[in-house]
Design a protein around this ligand. Structure first.
Ligand code: DX5
Ligand code: ZN
Length: 216
């Protein structure tokens, strides 16, 4: 499988969201990456269910929803109804992660788990075969436009090893500070899905930037 590109709408123009939705629709992007922040789990508030519902009306591409919220279990059905296809929760926000993952899958969505930069890959050992996706944060969650943390490469290698040894089919998604410079190495060590916010939307030609990332 060739790698997937998931532009993060956090860096889109919220005053003209339809324009950036169409831009992604008409680009080589595979997924929409949608960052939900509650101001509790992370020190920032972004958007939630109504905005995701609005985006769903204008696209047939996969909606990849990244929940940076406490108590995600409370909202699983709401995100399903809003149109999420992949729902990713944070390991650090889920004391009963197995139950949360099963609830996401029971609702008909793909289940992802995200790890903060300080959280070792090994914590997923006993749940990896239940996961459709693991999102490795390559910045501290909460904001776009931060610098990529180099330790991420090591974590991807460890995760790839865990996936291969366990027979898991989980995709490896990388989120934060992704650009054309670090993409070749991210792909070489095993990344399957690349999230890119600022690098896409702050560029002069976002459509071309998406194509560049897709064709590396
Ligand atoms: C950060 C979010 C990211 C963010 C990435 O908490 O999870 O998805 O939008 O933005 P860039 O690509 O600008 O680092
Ligand atoms: Zn994200």
């Amino acid at each position: 499988m060739s790698h997937l590109i998931a532009p993060s709408m956090l860096a889109a123009d919220f005053s003209n969201l339809k324009k950036d939705i169409d831009l992604v629709n008409n680009s080589e992007a595979d997924w929409f990456h949608l960052d939900v922040m509650d101001g509790v789990f992370v020190p920032n508030i972004s958007f939630g269910v109504p905005v995701i519902k609005a985006i769903k009306k204008h696209t047939t591409k996969t909606l990849d929803v990244h929940l940076m919220i406490v108590n995600p279990d409370k909202f699983i059905d709401d995100f399903k109804k809003a149109g999420a296809d992949v729902l990713t929760v944070h390991y650090e926000a889920c004391p009963h992660l197995h139950r949360t993952v099963q609830a996401i899958k029971a609702s008909g969505m793909k289940a992802g788990v995200s790890l903060n930069p300080h959280t070792p890959v090994a914590v997923l050992e006993d749940i990896i075969t239940d996961l459709d996706l693991v999102l490795i944060m390559s910045v501290n969650p909460g904001f776009g436009g931060q610098s990529f943390i180099e330790n991420t490469y090591k974590k991807i290698i460890q995760l790839k090893d865990l996936i291969l040894k366990s027979g898991s089919e989980a995709l490896i998604e990388i989120d934060g500070g992704v650009n054309a410079q670090n993409t070749p190495k991210l792909l070489a060590v095993g990344a399957d899905v690349l999230v890119a916010g600022s690098f896409v939307f702050k560029s002069d030609n976002p459509t071309q930037t998406i194509a560049d990332l897709k064709n590396i």
